[in-house]
Design a protein around this ligand. Structure first.
Ligand SMILES: Cc1ncc(COP(=O)(O)O)c(C=O)c1O
Length: 554
């Protein structure tokens, strides 16, 4: 590691002993240490510290062996024909489908499992087929992944309204009362789609599953994105009944990539209208009989009508193998391990201080394990609160064989709220979409903090992994940001500037947490304009605290 000034850190043995005392349930997950040594030996053999389980899971050796043995020992053909090799494959595909339902305790009377290339493919199926229409509504939380955000384009195209539910810093959760007001605007019998992540892929926030029934009772179809949740939490569809659940299997057990799933309630599936047909989705079509009104084909009923072309059939048995492997461990054990390691990391990161007592790390999202999963987004700060560039930090982590991630993680909403972007500036970036380069974007947002680092733990993580991360983090104690960065970000969010925003009615605000005057309801002057009058550098740091308090309509 270059220019590291490592702070003293307890030896690993001492740290482990303290960790075990603080998190006694970790002991119950010992089996995963054994699996780490046997099934994931390559991680330690190659001295890799893998901390990107939200990016993708790691596969066990036994998954590969079992899958290869199956392929080596059989002859398989393209499914859904009557020949023997095809039938053999069809049987395995349908077995995998039914095991997926079993694994998530989804009744086959209530749910269908549709195979897709990934979670994004599952989301696109819903987006392109949901009958929005004018009068329709698409309601979604700010912390959705871009593949959920993208559905708004289908909604817009059909004249539906799109409404974002804002997040409240610092925990980046949703204000319940606010959400309930928005859900109350659902209109029974109209196309209303509400989408949220069961777990944010950035802040780790786990939103309540109780929203599902509440929304449904008010006429909403509910899409719960479980891509980041399912790898280390029990998703039980006999308890919760969301209408649509997108998943990517590689996030759960590493192998295979290229297969995801849409778990859909049959009643919700019946509302979808696919905008096209393709090989695999029709029983019969004609060229001669085609006309412009959609005559000339019959859609295959059931799931096949949603699976375009040839599915990734040789890989599908590996999905069943992966799920059976998880079941043999138990999701509860994986969950508990992730909870303990996350809890320790949160405590350690927060406790890390410069010599002057200032924090080294700022975490974006909840700082306890309550209602959150094993994904932690953060930035390093120098002793006067200047942020250290996350991309440079990523480079340093790379040199230490630490697999962490930097950037915005396809989740612009969390970045914009957590880092305090300003709506007007961002809107300006998109006025001429064709020509905005990323460099120009950075110029428009004035080189303010662009992203964060993200670490995430999972099934194969052990204490040594998180300890290595803390050793890395300790090297930032008393580390100074380059002077150019310090100018841009001094008085970054760690240091509270004191100033007053004065409303036209005379109300004075110095809390930074509202957009509208609580006295007369007018918009308050932006934090940015107030600060830039007072202190140009500080305005960069604080401008984003003006995160919309109301609903963002786009
Ligand atoms: C919460 C969430 N949703 C959706 C996706 C999209 O998954 P995929 O890229 O596998 O389609 C991701 C990927 O990271 C995610 O974390």
């Amino acid at each position: 590691m270059t220019h590291s000034k490592a702070a003293p850190h307890a030896s690993m043995e001492m740290a482990l002993a303290a960790f075990r005392q603080k998190f006694p349930t970790f002991e119950m997950t010992q089996r995963l240490d054994h699996l780490r040594a046997t099934e994931y030996a390559r991680l330690d053999e190659r001295q890799q510290v893998y901390l990107d389980y939200t990016g993708g899971g790691q596969y066990a050796d036994c998954q590969l062996r079992e899958h290869l043995e199956l392929l080596r020992g059989n002859v398989f053909g393209n499914p859904h024909s009557t020949n023997p090799t095809s039938q053999a494959m069809t049987a395995l595909v349908e077995r995998a489908r039914s095991y997926v339902l079993d694994f998530f305790k989804a009744s086959p009377d209530e749910y269908e499992a549709i195979f897709t290339p990934n979670a994004t493919g599952a989301l696109k199926l819903v987006g392109e087929s949901y009958p929005f229409g004018s009068g329709g509504q698409y309601l979604l939380t700010f912390d959705n992944h871009n593949s959920v955000n993208g559905i708004r384009e289908f909604a817009h195209a059909e004249g539906a309204s799109v409404t974002y539910v804002p997040l409240e810093p610092p925990d980046l959760r949703v204000n319940e009362a606010h959400l309930q007001r928005l859900l109350a605007q659902g209109r029974t019998g109209r196309p209303n789609l509400f989408a949220y992540p069961a777990q944010s892929n950035v802040s780790g926030v786990q939103h309540p599953p109780t929203w599902i029934a509440q929304a449904q009772q008010q006429g909403w179809d509910v899409l719960v994105d479980c891509a980041a949740f399912a790898p280390s939490n029990r998703l039980d569809l006999s308890v919760w009944h969301p209408d649509f659940v997108p998943l990517s299997f590689y996030k759960m057990f590493g192998y295979p990539t290229g297969i995801g799933c849409l778990l859909a309630r049959k009643s919700a599936l019946a509302k979808l209208r696919r905008p096209w047909f393709s090989g695999g989705t029709i029983t019969l079509s004609s060229v001669l009989a085609a006309d412009t009104t959609g005559v000339g084909f019959y859609r295959t009923p059931g799931v096949a009508g949603f699976e375009d072309g040839t599915i990734n059939y040789l890989m599908l048995p590996a999905v069943e193998i992966g799920l059976r492997y998880l079941a043999s461990i138990g999701m509860e054990m994986i969950h508990e391990r992730v909870r303990c390691l996350t809890g320790w990391l949160l405590e350690q990161l927060l406790a890390l201080r410069h010599s002057n007592g200032q924090p080294v790390v700022r975490i974006y999202g909840p700082i306890t394990t309550q209602g959150r999963g094993g994904t932690i987004a953060f930035n390093f700060y120098d002793p006067v609160g200047a942020v250290l560039d996350c991309y440079a930090m990523q480079e340093e982590a790379n040199q230490c064989s630490l697999s962490v991630r930097s950037g915005c993680f396809c989740n612009p909403g969390v970045r914009e709220v957590a880092l305090g972007f300003v709506r007007e500036e961002l809107a300006a970036c998109f006025r001429n979409k064709e020509r905005m380069t990323y460099e120009q974007f950075l110029h428009v947002i004035d080189n303010q903090t662009q992203g964060a680092l993200r670490v995430s733990v999972g099934l194969a993580s052990n204490f040594a992994d998180v300890y290595r991360l803390m050793q890395f983090a300790s090297s930032f104690v008393d580390r100074w940001a380059p002077p150019s960065d310090r100018e841009e970000t001094s008085l970054a969010p760690l240091v509270e500037p004191s100033f007053t925003r004065v409303c036209a009615c005379g109300y004075q605000d110095n809390r930074l947490d509202k957009n509208f005057c609580p006295s007369c309801g007018r918009p308050l002057p932006t934090v940015q304009s107030t600060l830039s009058e007072m202190q140009p550098a500080a305005s960069q740091a604080r401008k984003g605290q003006e995160q919309m308090e109301g609903v963002a309509r786009v």
